[in-house]
Design a binder for this molecule. Structure first.
Ligand code: GRG
Length: 305
């Protein structure tokens, strides 16, 4: 699948740089503030070479939903804050997911996991500290207070026991047990999909999306949230450590139910194609302003890392 807009790669690179710069600014500098090791561990968790897909979804959804009113540069600051906030929650989830009590992984983003480099206790605390930082970041958005509250509620729900953490709990409980396709889908909608969905919806809320735009964004977000995990499960059996930046084959080794173990590779690929179609169809009412979201769905579905 190719990008409709030739400059998509450049836009994505700029998004990664822009979000990483915002995160760099937000995170305490170890040399300047105690506890030095905790701050170093937080920076290691967040500033590694992530794809920043969630940040890109926030910014692209913001671009698709901008309504009249409000200075554009002020809105850009708010969208940057929202993008950084979801990346902080995502980074914390990866740190905790890699811990010995969860997946016990050595490699993340091509680097040693946080607990391998800083020890288990600091890795847990670094993940803990990233969560309030994310909400502080949302609280700083220069937009109407009612929208800030909506954004905080959205992210809190997506990250909590009815979203990402709940999905992880279901995942832990089912290791070594087969799952029905419906149960697998529900688990992944919570574990991985909820934060990706929230990224899209946050962009819409912050940019003041119309109700038509919000409906389109919701359907797009649902399809892309699921698609992301289907790709991840396919890459876990077809990818290698060099391109993935993490250990492949881990799910099978841990006895975790995945789309590939439940549906097989061919059916997982056809589910992916159907989710891609659903995502593209959902964007039709948003018109050309949703160009970046369209390209992001191509990118997420075609990714190899
Ligand atoms: C431990 C509270 C807690 C939650 C963990 C998201 C999650 C829940 C665990 C991650 C497990 C995992 C690898 C899931 C597959 C999908 C996924 C989230 C992959 C990693 O996201 P990418 O590919 O990572 O966007 P980068 O490094 O590019 O940011």
């Amino acid at each position: 699948m190719t990008s409709a807009l030739p400059e998509f790669d450049g836009w994505l690179r700029a998004t990664v740089e822009r979000t990483t710069a915002v995160l760099d600014e937000l995170l305490p500098q170890p040399a300047e503030s105690d506890p030095v090791q905790l701050h170093a561990a937080m920076r290691h968790a967040v500033l590694g070479p992530g794809k920043r897909v969630r940040a890109a979804l926030v910014l692209a959804a913001g671009e698709a939903s901008r309504s009249a009113g409000g200075p554009p540069d002020v809105l850009d600051v708010a969208l940057d804050n929202a993008a950084a906030a979801v990346e902080l929650i995502h980074a914390y989830s990866l740190v905790h997911d890699d811990l010995p009590c969860m997946d016990d992984d050595d490699l993340r983003r091509g680097q040693p996991t946080v607990h391998r480099r800083y020890g288990e206790a600091l890795a847990m605390l670094a993940g803990d500290a990233l969560q309030p930082l994310a909400f502080a970041c949302l609280a700083q958005m220069p937009i109407a207070p009612a929208l800030v509250v909506q954004a905080v509620q959205l992210l809190a729900r997506a990250a909590g026991s009815q979203g990402m953490v709940g999905g992880q709990a279901i995942d832990c409980a089912h290791t070594g047990h087969a799952m029905s396709v419906a149960a697998l889908q529900q688990m992944h909608r919570m574990k991985t999909g909820a934060l990706l969905e929230a990224s899209v919806l946050l962009g819409g809320v912050v940019a003041g999306a119309s109700s038509t735009a919000r409906t389109g964004l919701e359907a797009y977000a649902l399809a892309m949230g699921l698609a992301f995990q289907v790709v991840d499960d396919i890459l876990d059996v077809t990818g290698n450590a060099d391109t993935l930046g993490k250990t492949p084959g881990k799910d099978a080794a841990l006895g975790k139910p995945t789309y590939v173990s439940t549906l097989g590779l061919a059916e997982s690929r056809s589910l992916l194609a159907s989710l891609h179609d659903q995502a593209q169809a959902a964007l039709l009412p948003l018109g050309p302003a949703a160009g970046r979201l369209r390209e992001l769905s191509d990118f997420i579905i075609g990714r190899s890392s």
